[in-house]
Design a protein around this ligand. Structure first.
Ligand SMILES: [Zn+2]
Length: 276
């Protein structure tokens, strides 16, 4: 958490409320939260926020000053979020970056991260390009069916590990991997290269449906996820398998959802979800 839909919701919110704003100050409260780019911190005051986009599970703000672009890339990690007001964060002592803004109604932006798995990077263009190439495979929301099926069929390992591997496919974490596999009726231990073409196509459709529905519902507010204005998403109410072990299968077969405890838990219907 947060995964692609939650990050997309954050990006939509920031685009609606701070796009075009001017950065007045950029203050880092914990220096170890910035992985790269400490020397760029003084550059940002008076830069304008000209674009906000999602890359995998990261938020990227493009900032422009004197015809030059610099980028603030934030990984939300397990619990990282952007809030408009410090008071919206459950524990304000975990706000690690503060940006003050002018030119828009929203005057402040706070990066909050109690578990500090998330990170910030301050980049120049070439650094951003190299980072993207190193870190991200094709985006799960936009990859087309043909390319997706080719990637799956070239995967000799577990399909679920493929879905979670950001280098292969960017954006999906454990919650949506489980939900997508259930929708597609594919077993989490299925091997990519064993899947028939029709199953790959069904998986692609299930992935796009689940991600789009989740974005429309404002994401899943499990644990700490909140939008920048503090409001919650609702997609957790539509989850069919994630943390539903012991409950009857929602496909209607009456089998109880099973939990497989591994590095990251799999939740699935042993009857409906097949390995081929
Ligand atoms: Zn079932």
């Amino acid at each position: 958490m947060p995964e692609l839909p939650e990050v997309e919701v954050v990006v939509q919110h920031l685009n609606a409320h701070i796009l075009g704003a001017t950065i007045e100050t950029l203050t880092i409260h914990r220096s170890d939260i910035v992985r790269i780019g400490h020397d760029l911190i003084p550059w940002f005051p008076q830069a304008k926020v000209t674009q906000i986009q999602r890359l995998g599970k990261c938020v990227v703000m493009t900032c422009q000053r004197s015809g030059q672009n610099r980028y603030i890339l934030s990984e939300l990690g397990m619990t990282g979020l952007w809030f408009y007001q410090a008071s919206l964060a459950a524990s304000p002592q975990h706000i690690h970056c503060q940006i003050t803004l002018s030119g828009k109604k929203i005057k402040e932006l706070h990066y909050w991260n109690p578990r500090r798995f998330g990170r910030l990077w301050l980049f120049e263009q070439s650094e951003l390009d190299a980072f993207m190439q190193r870190r991200f495979g094709p985006d799960a929301l936009t990859i087309n069916q043909k390319e997706f099926c080719q990637l799956i069929q070239a995967t000799r390992g577990q399909l679920k590990s493929f879905l979670l591997n950001q280098h292969r496919l960017a954006g999906i974490g454990n919650i949506y991997a489980n939900e997508i596999l259930f929708r597609a009726k594919i077993h989490p231990d299925a091997k990519g290269h064993h899947l028939r073409q029709i199953s790959c196509q069904r998986l692609h459709q299930a992935m796009h449906d689940a991600l789009r529905e989740a974005i429309a519902a404002g994401g899943s507010s499990i644990r700490d996820f909140r939008r920048p204005d503090g409001s919650q998403g609702h997609f957790q109410k539509a989850h069919q398998v994630y943390q539903k072990d012991g409950k009857p299968c929602r496909h209607g077969c009456q089998t109880l959802i099973k939990r497989l405890q591994k590095e990251r838990s799999s939740f699935f219907c042993p009857f409906c979800q097949k390995k081929y």
